[in-house]
Design a binder for this molecule. Structure first.
Ligand SMILES: [Zn+2]
Length: 132
């Protein structure tokens, strides 16, 4: 395609002629369907970090990973609430928070069971000790 004003060869998608600067006919400009979709949003890095820590706490980083997942998950939620336009990743932050909270809850229950067994052992020992 050539410029109607000066005849210069045009780059596809150009809005102005690169030689004379004339505004080009609309046929040369890209149709709107070729533009990136406006719904494509960047994903919150905090939400990604939350999911990674949420998985890590079950694999290699017990407790510390869960706490990190919960902190970054809440920060991601706050970031998504406050930003305009909001970044994507709300679901990721939710998954990270669930993984972190469930892990901490299980650790807590496990610790209580161990503590109960220790206390039971101490009371059994002292009760039996009274008879020996
Ligand atoms: Zn031109």
């Amino acid at each position: 395609m050539n410029c109607a004003q000066c005849g210069a060869t045009l780059v596809a998608g150009a809005v102005f002629c690169s030689k004379c600067g004339a505004r080009l006919a609309l046929e040369n400009t890209l149709p709107p369907t070729y533009l990136p979709a406006p719904t494509a949003r960047p994903t919150s890095y905090l939400a990604i970090a939350s999911v990674i820590f949420g998985v890590l706490c079950w694999v290699t980083l017990p407790v510390v990973g869960a706490i990190a997942a919960i902190i970054t998950g809440h920060l991601a939620k706050a970031e998504i609430r406050k930003s305009n336009p909001p970044p994507a990743g709300g679901e990721l932050a939710t998954v990270g928070l669930i993984l972190g909270y469930v892990h901490l809850a299980l650790i807590l229950v496990g610790a209580m069971i161990i503590l109960a067994l220790i206390l039971l052992g101490i009371s059994l020992h002292s009760a039996l000790g009274a008879f020996l």
